[in-house]
Design a protein around this ligand. Structure first.
Ligand code: ATP
Length: 217
């Protein structure tokens, strides 16, 4: 459902993505790992049409939603209003299906998004993405700045949506342990290039990947 071929994205003279190839099939949950500045957010922003390729192509089949890095909620609006804005393009105004999937949000619906904890705000960003009834979800840094328990909770919801509702997921993460725990396959991006890819079980055995991303020696 995501097909990226020989993608080149530049910021002025700087090349952020250099001939990247990546694909995610229907119903798959695939991880994209890499250090700061590797180009992960650039890829997410290109998939969602915020950035335009300098060369190569990106193809997304089905409705795509993107949970951006840093969540980017409207802090002065309530949780419910943030959700409703997420449904605007798809024409969905009723957040109750999202409350069924993420029941913790129902209790927060009248709170201002800006006063919530990081984990709660990430839950709102997740819910806002679900308001557009996506078939493909790109999650940029699910765990960034979150307590481990909040990360585990969100990851469990993601796995449930993938397994039970067939949601296709590209999970962008710096936390390889988390990504390997929930995804079958992964790509490793460094300095704008894919330097490793394959089943997570195999990548975890790769000494270079283990050293860089799993804290192995
Ligand atoms: P992080 O996890 O830190 O966000 P990332 O893997 O998502 O890292 P990107 O944000 O995609 O990396 O950045 C890739 C490269 O492009 C970096 O060298 C970054 O400095 C550069 N870059 C990102 N955004 C811009 C911009 N708006 N203008 C110029 N250069 C940029």
């Amino acid at each position: 459902m995501i097909e990226v071929r020989d993608l080149v994205v530049t910021y002025g003279a700087a090349t952020a993505l250099d001939h990247v190839r990546l694909s995610v099939g229907r119903g798959e949950m695939v991880a994209l790992l890499g250090p700061n500045g590797a180009g992960k957010s650039t890829l997410a922003d290109t998939l969602s049409g915020i950035l335009t390729p300098a060369a190569g192509t990106v193809e997304v089949t089905g409705r795509l939603a993107h949970i951006p890095e840093g969540r980017q909620l409207f802090p002065d609006l309530t949780v419910e209003d943030n959700l409703v804005l997420g449904g605007w393009r798809a024409g969905t105004r009723d957040p109750s299906p999202v409350f069924e999937i993420l029941p913790a949000l129902a209790g927060l619906r009248r709170r201002r998004a800006g006063v919530l904890s990081g984990g709660e705000q990430q839950m709102v960003a997740f819910g806002r993405a679900l308001m557009s009834r996506p078939e493909v979800l790109v999650v940029d840094e699910l765990s960034l700045g979150l307590a481990p328990i909040a990360t585990r909770d969100l990851a469990a919801h993601l796995v449930e949506l993938n397994r039970e509702r067939g949601l296709t997921v590209l999970l962008i993460e710096q936390n390889a342990r988390l990504a390997f725990g929930v995804c079958e396959r992964a790509y490793v991006l460094e300095a704008g290039r894919v330097v490793a890819e394959g089943p997570c079980a195999e990548l975890a055995e790769d000494p270079r990947v283990a050293r860089a991303y799993l804290g192995g020696s």
